[in-house]
Ligand binder design. Structure first.
Ligand code: DGP
Length: 113
């Protein structure tokens, strides 16, 4: 399996604006932001998409959400942010390493586009 661009960021083979890192996860700014604050929260474990996760990933997936809340607090955006996970090409997933988009600092509408 060839490494995705996110695996290269995890391996520090290419640069990213890293906001947070621990043994299980990494958070960095999206290179193509759709909001003034647009972060990507990723597991270091290679999981292509959320529908490929299984029971053994339960703690890891919970961890990613806790990291989202923690980083949001650190940035002072904890009262208004949106988390998005695109699953599969039909849902606009382009990088096949599971990631949660964290968007903030703009107006949001519902339903999302
Ligand atoms: P998605 O469409 O859900 O697969 O989102 C992938 C996101 O990854 C997209 O918003 C752009 C971002 N992205 C792609 N390549 C890079 C990169 O090399 N660096 C960073 N920081 N973000 C990237």
């Amino acid at each position: 399996m060839t490494d995705t661009i996110f695996q290269k960021i995890i391996n520090k083979e290419i640069n990213a604006d890293i906001i947070y890192e621990d043994e299980k996860s990494l958070v960095f700014r999206d290179i193509n932001p759709v909001a003034p604050t647009h972060l990507l929260i990723i597991p270091k474990k290679q999981i292509e998409k959320i529908s490929d996760a299984n029971e053994e990933d339960q703690d890891l997936l919970g961890h990613l959400f806790l990291v989202a809340g923690k980083v949001a607090k650190e940035l002072g955006i904890e009262n208004a942010f949106r988390l998005v996970v695109n699953n599969g090409a039909g849902a606009q997933q382009t990088v096949f390493h599971l990631h949660i988009h964290l968007l903030a600092d703009r107006e949001f509408t519902w339903p999302p586009g």
